[in-house]
Ligand binder design. Structure first.
Ligand code: NAD
Ligand code: UDP
Ligand code: UDP
Length: 312
């Protein structure tokens, strides 16, 4: 039986990943320090004999025996990663060092949940993996962006210097059930505001764009990457190329929720990227992967989840 480690396993993406791995019949160790994640996301797995939950902070060494490692531990929303920026960099960098050290001792394959933030506020559009990015090293987003960039560096140096099998996945904005209602990310914010009849908070003029991938598509891409041939390291973009402005997103969500909603314009946060869209040619050719869920369909599922959750 495959023994797998998922760090950040009780978070939004990690909990969906644990579900898919358990469905596949794997033995899963889920590590989380509950900085963000709550047991609610994985409560349904707690009685499963193939599932083990460990409260642990990846900035400290970890000694377990596994065949493969999915390294997802890191706060992902700007509100959360800016809450304790020093800890965010430590999580990305010390966390990567510890998980790579673990992978080295075990000769285990290891996947890093990297991010489109490595491209910063991009001048190349859509973003291809060969683009080096435009990142402010000293701004309020830098703890996350530079932390993730340094983690990529570490992954490639462990690969070149020690022959470790690595997989680097650049994840673009992903949404779906189990996002935290107070997560601060745009999809959860807009849905919760629309359901509560509160004004929708648009930062800046709302013309900045993002590309939103539904969680099921994203996890499928992650599994395909982990299972890809040993010589395929990435980095590889995984995201949905459909690009929307925040005004378009607000309009869609208000329409799905129903009722009337007003817009409240607020200042644009520092270094907020103007546009973002993945070029997914590499994911298509190397992994045979492309997203299947249209934004409207994914938003309907996500609205249904939040409707239930807010009513509980
Ligand atoms: P999330 O915040 O829901 O989950 C992250 C989990 O990591 C949380 O459960 C948190 O408690 C845990 N964690 C944080 N610091 C930790 C530490 N030091 N030790 C152990 N656990 C720790 O975020 P998510 O959306 O599920 O993102 C998962 C990963 O994917 C992150 O690495 C994130 O950077 C990356 N990513 C996500 C997106 C997205 O749109 N969701 C986009 C790009 C990259
Ligand atoms: N490490 C870990 N679990 C292990 C092996 C190593 O957490 O099973 C940590 C260890 O604490 C070390 C880090 O991974 O700080 C990097 O390990 P590596 O072997 O690359 O470096 P070294 O121990 O030589 O500094
Ligand atoms: N945003 C917004 N209103 C909100 C939250 C976010 O207009 O209530 C904007 C934010 O300024 C950014 C985009 O939505 O331009 C995506 O923000 P998110 O925090 O979800 O992700 P990221 O900026 O990391 O892509």
């Amino acid at each position: 039986m495959e023994k797998l480690l998922v760090t950040g396993g009780s978070g939004f993406l990690g909990s969906h990943l644990c579900d898919r791995l358990i469905e596949r019949g794997a033995d899963v160790i889920c590590v989380d320090n509950f900085f963000i994640g709550s047991k609610d996301n994985i409560r349904h797995l707690l009685g499963n004999p193939n599932f083990e939950l460990m409260r642990h902070d990846v900035t400290f060494p970890l000694y377990v025996e596994v065949d493969r490692i999915f390294n997802l531990a890191c706060p992902a929303s700007p509100v959360h990663y800016q809450h304790d920026p020093i800890q965010t960099t430590k999580t990305s960098v010390h966390g990567a060092i510890n998980m790579l050290g673990l992978a080295k001792r075990l000769k285990a394959r290891i996947l890093q949940a990297s991010t489109s933030e490595v491209y910063g506020d991009p001048e190349v559009h859509p973003q291809v993996e060969g683009y080096w990015g435009r990142v402010n090293p000293i701004g309020i987003r830098s703890c996350y962006d530079e932390g993730k960039r340094c983690a990529e560096t570490l992954f490639f140096d462990y690969h070149r210097q020690l022959g470790l099998e690595i997989k680097v996945m650049r994840i673009f904005n992903t949404y779906g059930p189990r996002m935290h209602p107070n997560d601060g990310r745009v999809v959860s914010n807009f849905i919760v505001q629309a359901l509560r009849g509160e004004p929708i908070t648009i930062f800046g003029d709302g013309t900045q764009s993002r590309s939103f991938c539904y969680v099921d598509d994203l996890i499928e891409g992650m599994l395909r990457l982990m299972d890809s041939p040993a010589d395929f390291t990435g980095p590889v973009n995984i995201g949905n190329p459909g690009e929307f402005t925040m005004l378009e997103l607000a309009e869609k969500i208000v329409q799905i929720v129903g009722g009337k909603a007003s817009l409240q314009f607020m200042p644009l946060p520092q270094d907020d990227p103007r546009q973002r869209q993945p070029d997914i040619s590499l994911a298509k050719s190397a992994l045979g992967w492309e997203p299947k869920v249209a934004l409207d369909d994914g938003l309907k599922e996500t609205v249904a989840y939040f409707r239930k959750r807010l009513a509980a």
